[in-house]
Design a protein around this ligand. Structure first.
Ligand SMILES: Cc1cc2nc3c(=O)[nH]c(=O)nc-3n(C[C@H](O)[C@H](O)[C@H](O)COP(=O)(O)O)c2cc1C
Length: 210
């Protein structure tokens, strides 16, 4: 499966085989995809908890308004941010060349320190990119997924032992689909969501190429 095929065939899938298990290699491949995602200054300001234990999945399901796919998934990935990641340059720049490390260390505090909204935004950006990589890799492996925000973050933090610096930003059941996804709810046309050179210039028109 090439990248375009993975993008086009990815759908939020809510019917999953509860008996299906991922192999360790498959889970490792999905998690690697999350780790290879880009992040500002290479901060890697995210942490993924991969849940395969049925008891924990059931608790997460209860914290997610009983959405079925959380309980039937082969694995539920919970993507947390790492809000104060910028302080740990010794961690995420440990392999950088001396000049690059010094340059980044001089820039990072001004950029992020004390800016709570930016720290959270940055974590959302990083988690979003990581999540997309995982969903496309799932397609390559023959699996389906569903990105989710329909959960209580306080309960999820309690269940997984996440601290304040690691808020859960996205939950993602992954598994073997047992049914076709619903028809798409409908995609906006290109001129509604894309501009050329200036916001007002809607030069690209028509439906997306599918
Ligand atoms: C941030 C975000 C939160 C979402 N939350 C949920 C959710 O809690 N439960 C669910 O079943 N789907 C959830 N979805 C899936 C969307 O409903 C779905 O992406 C959208 O309808 C488009 O369909 P598609 O993903 O099949 O293309 C979420 C998607 C995103 C990106």
């Amino acid at each position: 499966m090439n990248v375009s095929e993975a993008i086009q065939s990815r759908r939020s899938t809510r019917y999953l085989d509860p008996t299906h298990k991922l192999t360790d290699d498959e889970l490792r491949k999905l998690l690697s995809a999350s780790m290879l995602a880009p992040s500002s200054f290479n901060m890697q300001n995210r942490h993924v908890v991969a849940v395969v234990d049925q008891e924990v999945k059931d608790k997460l399901k209860a914290a997610a308004w009983n959405q079925d796919h959380v309980g039937t998934a082969s694995a539920v990935l919970v993507f947390a941010g790492r809000l104060k990641a910028h302080r740990a340059t010794d961690r995420f720049l440990r392999d950088a060349a001396k000049e690059a490390r010094e340059m980044f260390e001089a820039m990072i505090p001004d950029f992020y320190e004390g800016k709570l909204e930016l720290q959270r935004e940055e974590a959302c950006r990083t988690v979003g990119l990581a999540a997309m990589g995982v969903m496309l890799t799932a397609r390559e492996l023959g699996y389906d997924s569903c990105p989710m925000i329909g959960f209580d973050p306080v309960q999820v933090s309690e269940i997984l032992g996440l601290d304040e610096d690691h808020p859960p930003l996205m939950m993602m059941p992954i598994g073997k689909a047992t049914a076709e996804p619903h028809p798409r709810l409908g995609l906006l046309n290109m001129e509604e969501v894309v501009s050329l050179d200036h916001f007002e210039n809607r030069a690209f028109t028509g439906e997306i190429e599918n």
